[in-house]
Design a protein around this ligand. Sequence first.
Ligand SMILES: Nc1ncnc2c1ncn2[C@@H]1O[C@H](COP(=O)(O)OP(=O)(O)OP(=O)(O)O)[C@@H](O)[C@H]1O
Length: 260
Amino acid sequence: MLEIHHLHCGYGHRAVLADIGFTLREGELLCLLGPNGVGKTTLFKTILGLIPRQGGQILIDGEDVAHWPRPRLARWIGYVPQAHTPPFPFRVRDVVAMGRIAHHGLFASPGAQDRRIADAALDALGIAALGSACYTEISGGERQLVLIARALAQQPHILVMDEPTSNLDYGNQLKVLAHVRRVAVEHELAVILTTHHPDHALMYATRALVLDRDKRHAIGEPEAVITESYLRDTYGVATEIHAITRRDGRRSHLCVPAVG
Ligand SMILES: Nc1ncnc2c1ncn2[C@@H]1O[C@H](COP(=O)(O)OP(=O)(O)OP(=O)(O)O)[C@@H](O)[C@H]1O
C-alpha cells in the first residue's frame, strides 16, 4: 500500500536521513525504533508531505504522491503527531469529529454518521466520558488518546503515529497498541508508529524498522532486527532478549536489562 524507495529526508540543505526504503502492507503494524534525533519524525513529515523530500519516491497504491493535492492525501493517511498544543478550547467530541474533515472538506459540518463514528472511536479508546470535556482542560495523556481517536475516526488506509504511547499510563499503552493492532487486522489498515520501547515492537509489531546511530536502517521481523547487539551498539546498554511462551500458548519475545 505504501512504498518508500531511496527516500532522502531533511530540512533545506541539511540532510537527516538517506536512502530509506521499505514497504507497508494493509493489516501490518510496523514499529520504527531509533535513538533521539536520528530522524524518525522527519521521515514521517516527509511521508505526509509536510516537508519536501530531498530525493526518492513515496508511492501509495502504486502512484507517486509528489503531486497529490492535500485532501487526497488526507483521505489515505491519518497522522497522530508527537505533541499537540491545542489552539482553541474545542470540546473533545468536536476534536475527534474533525477527523471526518478528510471525507467532507473543511467547511462541511459533521453529519449524524460522522458523529457516530467519532463517538465509537472515543468509546473504543475508553474515553467516551471525556466527550463533553474541553480539549484544553484535559491531561497530556488524555489528549494523546483524543488525537488517536481523531485519527481512527478519519478511517484512513494508512495510519502514521509518532510516539503514540509516550504520555500514556502503563494500562493505556497496552490497550492502545492492542486496539490499533486489532483495527489494523480487522479494517486492513496499514500502521507505522514510533516507539522507544523495544517490547512494544516485539509484542505488537508485525515488522520493525530500526535506525542506528549512523542512520543505517534494517527492516524485518521484530525479533530479527531488535537484537541485543543492535540495542547495545545503538543505545549503549546491555540487554537480554528472551523468547517466552505466554499462558495462552502464544510465543513472544521480551527485552530485559542485563543488570551488571
Ligand atoms: N525544523 C527543523 N529544521 C532543521 N532541523 C530540524 C528540524 N526539526 C528537526 N530537525 C533536526 O533533524 C534531526 C532529526 O530530528 P527528528 O525530530 O526527526 O528526530 P527523532 O528521531 O524523531 O527524535 P526523537 O526520538 O527525539 O523524537 C535532529 O537533528 C533535529 O535537530
